[in-house]
Design a protein around this ligand. Structure first.
Ligand code: GAL
Length: 714
């Protein structure tokens, strides 16, 4: 067992070595949970692959494990959906088959990650206790046949989960062949309108508000006679029945918070059981989806580090041309920037192995794309990377899903070959990384924090105000704008230390407290460069408008008055209206959102509206404050190009060198090396500094290409 000091030192080393992993940023984990240090030495990425022994004849298990090991995989992942085999009858556990599979995996030289099976309940359970299934917004109870249809508030389901996880942890918590645990599968906070969910919501509200009057005040109970007489009367707000924009937005926001808290507690309860038996011998994680919209990883307390799942090619064409086969450009970059700062360590638990089955259209990834994602995950600092799955299933709902080996169980698929070749390339390279290397000054100078809160995201989604508002796409626009500068970026929270980031961007950060505004002000006065955008600061921390002018909380900070805001009907058929905004002699159109700004003395105008009754008013401004600057971008243009130029201008005015990368070309740094990968469908010529030495790849950087170089002159 590692001694606590060594654990801390290893964790700190892991944290400082990856580009965007400052040692203590956002580290909300108690000291005893620095389980990331149990992963391996810093600057390595372990490779693994999913296997479902229960889906294959026992006679093939050893062949399959040996095959994985021979291909370079270092661990396998089992038991995730196997509850019906682990507890075939209520209270009767059977771990013999899993013991056997673990023994064979070990004999092949593979470590094992065990999944807890809570996402897929056995049929006997639903038969006997139907309340274990969730009830949807139409009052329909779900049923057996797929996974993740459970009610996370049902005491019977929770007791069954606790019992099987306890039995597994008792059985495997001391087993040195088991490396770590993944709880559940792609945790989600599905809508649940069951009686147990309603009761749990009422209890949550009671704890939060203390008195019903306090809740009524926040929920606007004086509006439409909606106040409640007691917590026992409170309903789960049902937007499907009531209409998305008719219910109290504050009730809906509390519902989203309650669901995320419930979800986090569900994970924590399982993690606590495993930690109780496994101590520090094994680590515990879960596999969030890369785009985490209804869960909140920062709400958990007992996971050692987060991992996420990633399927970049699923029929969407974001950048045009062949980019549909390279993958959605923001996914991996955003997920790494989001999960990494939670405690400095993250993994990719499922990486698309090839063609999938579940998208509307399921194209093949372009040759090279999988290789590029793997290098990208490595460059972004991942500590482990697994792919879903080893064998192509011969039956079942995912039978059109590729694996590393094809339908004969032994021959590498085209993408499986690419995957395993890349394991070898990265393994051969990773020993070069220096765990003590420090982020070079050229990158540290443009390090950017992106302020993010799930609560604010939910609040935006509850009141979008225009069908053209898409909070996630809005976020993608700004992350991709920052990405063109080549700046390292972390998604951070209000609790984190802003001062380690010379640039801080808080797009559409709608709900602000006086403490946050004061923190922003101090940050800027001390030399930080703050970028705020449309909707930021419109509401107070309760989600109410402050009694005062529009955007009252931030007016003194941005140095503007805000006359109001506009949004326009789309003009595709000539029956809408266009908004025009001008900057630097160029024009852009907008429809989504326009804050109408009146700069105060000392504030400089960066962009101006060119039509409608507010023609001549400012659309974006900047001002100096203390040693730093505050920039307000009040308009959201159709193509986002103006915002991109304005974001870039903040770095330029600050005199900080930036790059000019096309969308979807990402620059990372890890352990002394620079990495560049491309999701862009066009080749890109990147000028390496004269001091740089190319060690992998060629320029121009091809679509789905990878470059690695060293640029640290002694
Ligand atoms: C993931 C899920 C896996 C598997 C995979 C198929 O989202 O976590 O269990 O279903 O999709 O691509």
């Amino acid at each position: 067992m590692l001694k606590p000091l060594l654990v801390t030192l290893l964790a700190a080393a892991v944290a400082t070595a990856a580009v965007a992993a400052p040692a203590d940023t956002g580290n909300t984990r108690p000291a005893h949970l620095q389980g990331a240090a149990l992963l391996h030495q810093p600057e390595q990425m372990s490779f693994g692959v999913y296997y479902y022994p229960e889906q294959w004849p026992q006679a093939q298990w050893q062949r399959d494990f040996d095959g994985m090991a021979k291909l370079g995989f270092e661990f396998t992942h089992m038991a995730e959906f196997s509850w019906t085999y682990l507890e075939p009858k209520e209270g009767q556990y059977d771990f013999s088959w899993l013991d056997h599979a673990i023994a064979l995996a070990h004999a092949a030289g593979l470590r094992v990650i065990l999944g807890t099976p809570s996402a897929a309940v056995p049929s006997w359970m639903g038969q006997r206790y139907p309340q274990v299934y969730r009830v949807d917004e139409h009052g329909q109870r779900h049923e057996h046949g797929i996974r993740a249809e459970v009610s996370l508030t049902d005491p019977v389901y929770k007791a069954f989960v606790a019992k099987i996880v306890t039995a597994m942890a008792e059985h495997y918590g001391h087993d040195p062949r088991v490396w770590g645990w993944q709880i559940d599968n792609e945790p989600s906070a599905f809508p649940d309108f069951s009686d147990s969910a309603r009761k749990a919501f009422q209890d949550w509200l009671r704890r939060k508000y203390g008195t019903i009057d306090a809740m009524n005040k926040v929920w606007a109970g004086s509006f439409w006679s909606t106040r409640y007489g007691s917590f026992d009367e409170v309903l789960l707000p049902n937007a499907t029945l009531a209409g998305e924009d008719k219910l109290s937005p504050h009730a809906l926001l509390d519902l989203a918070r309650f669901r995320a808290d419930t979800q986090a507690q569900f994970l924590d309860a399982q993690a606590a059981i495993i930690h109780k038996y496994a101590g520090k011998r094994q680590w515990v994680t879960t596999d969030y989806t890369n785009v985490s919209t209804d869960t909140d990883p920062r709400r958990t307390r007992d996971l050692d580090f987060p991992t996420f799942t990633l399927y970049p090619v699923a029929g969407t064409n974001v950048l045009g041309g062949d980019s549909y086969a390279i993958g959605k450009p923001a996914n991996l970059m955003e997920a790494a920037a989001y999960f990494r700062p939670i405690n400095g360590t993250f993994g990719v638990m499922e990486l698309q192995p090839g063609q999938v089955n579940w998208a509307a259209i399921n194209p093949q990834p372009m040759p090279g794309a999988i290789r590029m994602w793997m290098w990208h995950a490595f460059a972004a600092g991942a500590s482990l990377l697994a792919t879903y799955r080893y064998r192509h299933p011969l039956r079942g709902s995912e039978m059109y899903h590729e694996g590393i080996v094809g339908t004969d169980g032994v021959t590498l698929s085209r993408t499986g070959r690419e995957f395993t070749d890349t394991i070898r390339d990265i393994k051969a390279f990773e020993a070069r990384l220096d765990p003590h290397a420090k982020l070079p000054a050229r990158l540290a100078a443009r390090y950017t924090g992106y302020l993010w809160s799930q609560d604010v995201f939910w609040d935006l989604e509850i009141q979008p105000q225009t069908t053209l508002w898409h909070s996630w796409a809005y976020r993608n626009g700004y992350t991709l704008a920052v990405q063109t500068t080549g700046a390292p970026m972390d998604f951070i929270s209000e609790q984190d230390d802003f001062d380690r980031y010379p640039f801080l961007i808080a797009p559409a950060y709608q709900m602000v407290s006086p403490a946050l505004v004061a923190k922003w002000k101090r940050y800027v006065e001390q030399g930080g460069h703050l970028i705020l955008t449309s909707r930021t600061g419109q509401k107070n921390a309760l989600g109410h408008f402050p009694e005062g002018p529009w955007y009252a909380p931030i007016l003194d900070l941005i140095g503007d008055d805000v006359d109001g805001f506009d949004m326009l009907p789309p003009n595709t058929d000539g029956k809408g209206a266009d908004g025009i905004v001008k900057a630097d002699g160029k024009t852009w159109t907008w429809h989504r959102w326009a804050d109408i700004l009146s700069p105060r003395p000392g504030t400089q105008v960066l962009a101006t509206y060119a039509n409608h009754y507010y023609a001549g008013k400012a659309a974006a401004t900047t001002r100096k404050l203390g040693k730093g600057t505050v920039t307000m971008i009040g308009v959201s243009t159709d193509d986002g190009e103006l915002e991109r130029a304005l974001v870039r201008s903040v770095y330029q005015r600050a005199g900080v060198a930036i790059e000019d990368l096309p969308t979807g070309v990402f620059h990372d740094w890890r352990g002394g090396y620079d990495f560049m990968v491309s999701y862009n469908p066009e080749p890109f010529t990147f000028q390496l500094a004269p001091t740089a030495k190319l060690v992998h790849g060629t320029t121009p950087l091809a679509p789905a290409g990878v470059l690695v170089w060293k640029d640290e002159p002694k």
